[in-house]
Design a protein around this ligand. Sequence first.
Ligand SMILES: [Zn+2]
Length: 222
Amino acid sequence: MKASKQRILLLGPPASGKGTQADHLSRAFGIPHVSTGALLRSECARGTPLGLEADSWTSRGLLVPDELAVRVITAWMAGNGPRFLFDGFPRTTVQAEHLDKALDAANTPIELVIFLDLSESEIHRRILDRLTCAACGTTFGGSLHGMKIGDACPSCGGDLIRRNDDTEEALSERLRVYRESTLPVVTYYRKKNPSIFHRVDAGEGSDEIFQKLSALVSADKG
Ligand SMILES: [Zn+2]
């Protein structure tokens, strides 16, 4: 395995491709890809105290409190070591401050912050054109791939559908939350750690973006 950055944040709006890029980077560099959503679902499924606490929020359709999200992440780090690629975490500046405090206390600070930037018009275009496989969850650009609702998924043969929250109305709400809560996280790291902060244009092709991100992840320290 090549030497690389060990503690990485991938930030970006909906449809910026951060989940896909995080998956590719995780495989290429052997760094665990961690999302709070997946961790919370796993805690809930195992019925742990953290999971029950999280379930009391998510079962009412609410986001878990910042403090609980950070506890889930620090519990994961305690068992898995200080190597991670976070996708969509921290979601708020309060979470970012808690995370930094925990990492500073362990003398294992974040080494790389990548902001996958995408214009709002392009976010709209991608989300409203997006088809999702009902079976495997893979997403496709409908017009890009010449696909429509009801076609068979090229990966697994499942039905391609339009997700319920891939509508103009739901997207407006997601973008409002993104602008009010997550964009300030981008500003927080850009001001606090300008030397490790990198903005990458998410409007380019997936392969070009992966090349740029790989160069940042594998770059020498300092
Ligand atoms: Zn599929």
